[in-house]
Design a protein around this ligand. Structure first.
Ligand code: HEC
Length: 159
């Protein structure tokens, strides 16, 4: 918790202090890096991915207990936003350090972007099914979305 607060405060400071450096490193700036270093980009994308896993877990709980589907649509929308910006969280130079991203993220960029786009599409289906209140279609779309996470991991994440 304390680290998180420090991170947010640091982000605001960094924006002010490193505006010039950001222009020199557009790829990192694009990734929304708190202080513009590769280590922060890696930490931030991993934190975001953990949140995504939390969303999936929460959605599973809702579906298992046959709860209201509206919150599922909300979570799916948040996840969609994250994955729309996903490739930008892997700028050049963020392939080292505490990361399990495989070199293919950068060497097969088109494939990685396609896998991200597939994720956005799968989450769109999930959102639509949940928003329509269709439990059966939501369950199907949920399984597909989970499979789409795994499809990318097989090719782009080290075990
Ligand atoms: C387009 C590719 C892609 C998609 C889609 C994707 N991931 Fe990942 N995921 C990765 C990569 C690459 C890593 C390794 C990131 C790193 O270590 O820098 C990763 C790592 C993770 C991690 C580990 C984070 C950590 O703390 O080390 C979790 C959890 C995760 N993904 C969950 C998910 C979930 C849940 C979904 C689906 C909703 C998903 N991912 C979809 C590529 C993807």
């Amino acid at each position: 918790m304390r680290m998180r607060q420090a991170g947010l405060a640091g982000a605001a400071l960094a924006v002010a202090a490193l505006a010039g450096a950001w222009q020199a490193a557009p790829a990192l700036a694009q990734a929304g890096a708190a202080s513009g270093t590769a280590g922060d980009v890696v930490a931030e994308r991993k934190a975001g991915l953990k949140q995504m896993a939390g969303h999936l877990e929460a959605i599973k709980g809702i579906l298992d207990s046959r709860g209201a589907l509206e919150p599922v649509a909300g979570r799916a929308t948040e996840m969609q936003r994250f994955f729309e910006g996903f490739p930008a969280r892997f700028p050049p130079g963020s392939d080292t350090g505490d990361t399990r991203a495989l070199p293919a993220v950068w060497s097969d960029r088109a494939g990685f972007e396609r896998a991200s786009a597939n994720m956005v599409a799968a989450l769109g289906k999930l959102r639509d099914a949940a928003a329509a209140g269709d439990a059966g279609a939501t369950a199907t779309a949920f399984r597909e979305a989970g499979g789409t996470c795994g499809a990318c991991h097989r090719n782009y994440r080290a075990r």
